[in-house]
Design a protein around this ligand. Structure first.
Ligand SMILES: [Mg+2]
Length: 337
């Protein structure tokens, strides 16, 4: 298979801010694998929190180029990905882009959209819409703009958390989920979650540091709301270490390394009777579609990033008021415009 790729930068409509960073654009690497009959496409949105940048993605792609260019059959995906895993650890976004391109090729050879191949469906949970950290006035405006979305995911981890969540509640009847992005201390988390319960919040994502396992137990045992972890679980083997102190996990293709790894995580979580959420970084339609093809297999969906770009050069996927719309074309069903 012939490997090629291109860097793209997508501009955000407005600044996206969470507890540890803010950004006005998203840098991505779009990957193409040509097997002589079809071209498969994938995309990486690297996150520096997980040690990746556009440059590391490209370095990984070049490092595994000989492996990819030696093989001709995308159906050999398990062996190809095992070989890449043997050569280089972590680097989930780079691996996810390769995995997506291989999956896209498989779907094209079978003339089948990937959701069918994975036993998923185009009927999926409704995606939440993210309210990023802002001033109270800014929160009011963002909530007004989100009036068509039935589920809001509110980013917290500020001095004004309770004011923010009260403002959202006063200005919206939507289901509210909260994501502290690891910013709280355990005691603070329990106090805030107790107040949030009375405001009708559905669940809380990553209240505290992923490194504080005792703190996570403390919060889980006292929290009146379900605890979903995101930063605490990157790979399938992370889940078992904390499965006794969480209610569910947030899987992202950019963390775990693609659709196949995400499937492993879904199975591990189900075996441990955990809830499953599918989330995203600031990703384009290529990788959001890849996640959306698995979204019929999970409980909660947070795949909203395509709503926040000024424009992007892909067609074939859309988010319609939180409803994920996949095309019925083979593979990912997304094409470059
Ligand atoms: Mg999160």
């Amino acid at each position: 298979m012939k490997l090629s790729y291109e860097k793209i930068r997508l501009r955000m409509k407005e600044t996206f801010r969470i507890a540890r960073f803010s950004t006005d654009f998203s840098d991505q690497v779009v990957v193409y694998l040509d097997d002589g009959k079809y071209v498969g496409m994938g995309s990486a949105t690297p996150s520096s929190y997980y040690g990746e940048t556009v440059d590391t993605v490209i370095a990984v792609l070049e490092y595994v180029r000989p492996t990819l260019e030696q093989v001709s059959d995308p159906f050999d995906i398990e062996r190809i990905e095992a070989e890449i895993e043997r050569q280089i650890r972590r680097n989930g976004a780079a691996k996810a882009a390769i995995d997506m391109a291989l999956n896209d090729l498989i779907g094209k050879h079978l003339s089948m959209p990937l959701y069918r191949l994975y036993g998923s469906s185009t009927t999926t949970p409704i995606s939440s819409y993210t309210i990023s950290i802002d001033t109270i006035e800014g929160i009011k405006r963002r909530v007004r703009e989100a009036k068509d979305y039935p589920i809001l995911k509110v980013k917290l981890g500020t001095e004004e958390d309770m004011e923010i969540i009260k403002t959202v509640r006063e200005n919206s009847n939507a289901i509210i989920r909260v994501d502290a992005n690891a910013a709280w201390q355990p005691k603070e988390a329990v106090e805030k979650i107790e107040q949030m319960k009375s405001l009708g919040v559905e669940f809380v994502e990553q209240p505290i540091s992923p490194y504080d396992l005792d703190g996570l137990k403390y919060v889980y045992e006292r929290s009146p709301l379900p605890i979903i972890v995101d930063e605490s679980v990157e790979f399938p083997w992370d889940i078992g270490k904390i499965s006794d102190r969480i209610d569910g996990i947030n899987i992202k293709l950019m963390k775990c390394g693609g659709m196949r790894r995400a499937m492993e995580m879904i199975h591990v979580a189900r075996a441990m009777n955990l809830k499953v959420m599918l989330g995203c970084m600031t990703e384009n339609s290529v990788s959001i579609a890849a996640a959306a093809h698995l979204a019929g297999l999970v409980d909660y969906v947070d795949l909203d990033s395509t709503l926040f770009f000024v424009e992007e050069p892909f067609k074939g996927f859309s988010n319609d008021k939180g409803i994920l719309r996949l095309s019925n074309e083979p593979g990912l069903g997304v094409n470059k415009v």
